[in-house]
Design a protein. Structure first.
Length: 177
């Protein structure tokens, strides 16, 4: 009997570039999804204070949450679409000017995504700050650059999503799964 290899696809890229909206559309279309762990952490009591006051501690909390989500979804057959992944933690550290701890580097090398890495490029027309997205436009662009470089550092080649509406982006995503 043939068993399908699980495909862990990832949405990455700039803050405010439509990842969560696309993730929601993918879920509505029947694709298994996993939420952005950083946003979940930021919405918890003390989350924003941890991000601003102890960025390394926040990165370590993100890594732990990513590992839990990855392991929770590991046995699923068929695609699972994650909102960000392990190299995003490295990009966060890089853009924050912090050294990447060996534990985070090791996790990025050991725990591998097997599906496409889809990048939502910075998109000024839809960018907006909110309670968890505190970066201004220039910081969002710098974050995108750091995160994209981190994915490449770990051997992935992100595929840019088109700067298009949700239906077109969803079709693009479905064709790559």
């Amino acid at each position: 009997m043939n068993q399908l290899v699980p495909r862990h696809a990832v949405l990455t890229g700039a803050p405010g570039a439509g990842k969560t909206t696309l993730l929601d559309a993918a879920a509505a279309a029947g694709i298994a999804t996993s939420p952005e762990v950083a946003r979940v952490l930021l919405q918890q009591p003390g989350g924003m204070a941890l991000r601003t006051g102890d960025p390394l501690g926040f990165a370590e909390a993100m890594l732990e949450a990513h590992i839990r989500e990855f392991e929770r979804r590991e046995g699923e057959v068929g695609p699972v679409l994650f909102d960000r992944g392990f190299p995003d933690v490295v990009g966060f550290l890089d853009v924050s000017g912090l050294t990447v701890p060996k534990s985070i580097d090791a996790a990025c090398r050991r725990l591998r995504y097997t599906g496409p890495i889809l990048r939502a490029p910075a998109w000024a027309e839809i960018y907006a700050q909110d309670a968890e997205r505190i970066q201004d436009w220039d910081q969002a662009v710098a974050s995108d650059e750091a995160v994209t470089a981190a994915w490449r550092r770990y051997g992935y080649e992100p595929i840019d999503l088109p700067l298009a509406g949700v239906p077109e982006r969803l079709k693009f995503l479905q064709e790559r799964l």
